[in-house]
Design a protein around this ligand. Structure first.
Ligand code: HEM
Length: 400
């Protein structure tokens, strides 16, 4: 009986993968130029700032580099390290930039709010927010799903997670816009976003009434964290937790609407989370990892990585490769790389999958005949240097 269930799930997953490989996925331009393919799974490339680096392009190689202690985040953030991006934005003290005991401490603090133990209340909240938002959807035949739904819901969910009043959304919404991909903005736009985010954090931390029960209060009360570390973690959640979920939810709903087969299989599924994970791995919003730097020599897939070399994991390219290879087991798609791998793997994965699954399923059930509009500009892809997404998605809510 179990084997039968497993093979039925596998059949559904395979059908979704095949369908996905047939639709336009707005595949992003690969990060880096002067590509020199070496052994399978690795390329030598040059970054937009002209720095040579190794790019891991398949899942196995991405995992083997991200899992190695010698492939270090903190070494890549040291002032002496070459920068692969013109506008590196992450503070060298952030959870994303440190390794070792300091990193483990910050990760523990982050997981107190993001771990599975808080899921019951969190999921109930997400469901309520989703239903309220769908109830208030514009009463029109067609809507742009991005401003009406996919970009709105993650903002509400993040405000709840952080424990901020809903009234802070106007200010927070601007602050939480894409932060990772600064190289696709002008220096003035980038500076404005930093200023908004800092202003928001300063106000929130300066006024204890601003944050009630939620992640910010957890960080502020955590005796293991200094005040600076609490601010750093808040900034990490703000910058990493909004644009990613909004973009990824758009991509998942796009797949379900662009392919009626995927949409129907999701609607029929009693446990749709694995299907959502498959879609996320094949089309990750974060297309590359943060850069790493080698602290010791290492042989990777027959390539001689030397101490000091820069390394990036191509999460998007790995997902694309897996999608085109029928031999890759379904389980490998479900446990893909969209949320990274190893010590720096995303602590927000569970929270994100909860949001995306709830939002996508509630929408698909409420609008069983929804379809992408057939107009030429129904979909506008947003391709950044290190992220991808959808900035416009016109949907006919009842396309019967
Ligand atoms: C679909 C949504 C999301 C995606 C695709 C995503 C993707 C990623 C990836 C790929 C990494 C690892 C980068 C690397 O190792 O170079 C990462 C790290 C991180 N993410 Fe997410 N993320 C998402 C949502 C979130 C949310 C909702 C939060 C928090 C509220 C969050 C907080 C973080 C933090 C703090 C890190 C740094 C972890 C560390 O360095 O140990 N992310 N994310």
């Amino acid at each position: 009986m179990n084997a039968g269930v497993a093979s039925e799930d596998e059949f559904v997953a395979r059908t979704v993968l095949r369908e996905l490989s047939r639709i336009d996925r707005g595949v992003p331009t690969p990060f880096g130029t002067d590509r020199e393919p070496t052994a399978a799974g690795v390329e030598r490339r040059r970054s937009p700032t002209g720095v040579p680096f190794w790019m891991a392009t398949d899942s196995g190689t991405c995992k083997s580099v991200l899992g190695q202690a010698a492939v270090s985040r903190s070494a890549a953030c040291a002032p002496s390290a070459p920068s692969l991006l013109a506008n590196p934005t992450i503070s060298p003290r952030s959870i994303m930039s440190v390794d070792g005991a300091q990193h483990a401490k910050l990760k523990r603090a982050a997981m107190k709010r993001l771990g599975k133990h808080a899921a019951v209340t969190r999921c109930a909240n997400i469901l309520e927010r989703t239903r309220t938002l769908l109830n208030g959807m514009p009463d029109a035949a067609t809507v742009d799903l991005v401003p009406a739904f996919t970009a709105k819901l993650p903002l509400l969910n993040l405000v709840d997670l952080l424990g901020l009043p809903e009234s802070s959304i106007a200010e927070f919404g601007g602050a939480g816009e894409v932060f990772f991909d600064f190289d696709s903005l002008s220096p003035e736009q980038a500076a404005q976003r930093v200023a908004r985010l800092l202003h928001f954090c300063l106000r929130t931390f300066g006024d204890p009434e601003q944050a009630s029960d939620g992640a910010i209060a957890d960080f502020q009360r955590d005796p293991a964290l200094s005040r600076k570390e609490a601010v750093e973690l808040t900034l990490a959640f703000l910058t990493a937790g909004y644009h990613t979920v909004a973009g990824q939810l758009s991509l998942v709903l796009y797949a379900a609407l662009a392919s009626p087969v995927i949409g129907d299989l999701m609607r029929q599924s009693a446990a749709p989370e694995p299907l959502v994970k498959i879609l996320v791995h094949a089309m990750p919003v974060t297309t590359v990892s943060f850069p790493r730097r080698m602290t010791a020599p290492l042989m990777v897939d027959g390539n001689d990585f030397r101490s000091g070399d820069m390394v990036v994991a191509g999460l998007g390219e790995a997902g694309e490769r897996d999608l085109s290879d029928e031999e890759v087991p379904v389980a490998a798609h479900e446990n893909g790389l969209a949320f990274g791998y190893g010590r720096h793997r995303c602590p927000g994965e569970q929270f994100s999958i909860e949001q995306i699954t709830t939002a996508a399923m509630q929408f698909l059930h409420r609008y069983p005949r929804a379809a992408l509009s057939k107009t030429d500009d129904a979909i506008v892809w947003q391709a950044g240097l290190t992220t991808r997404g959808i900035s416009k998605m016109i949907v006919e809510l009842d396309a019967s």
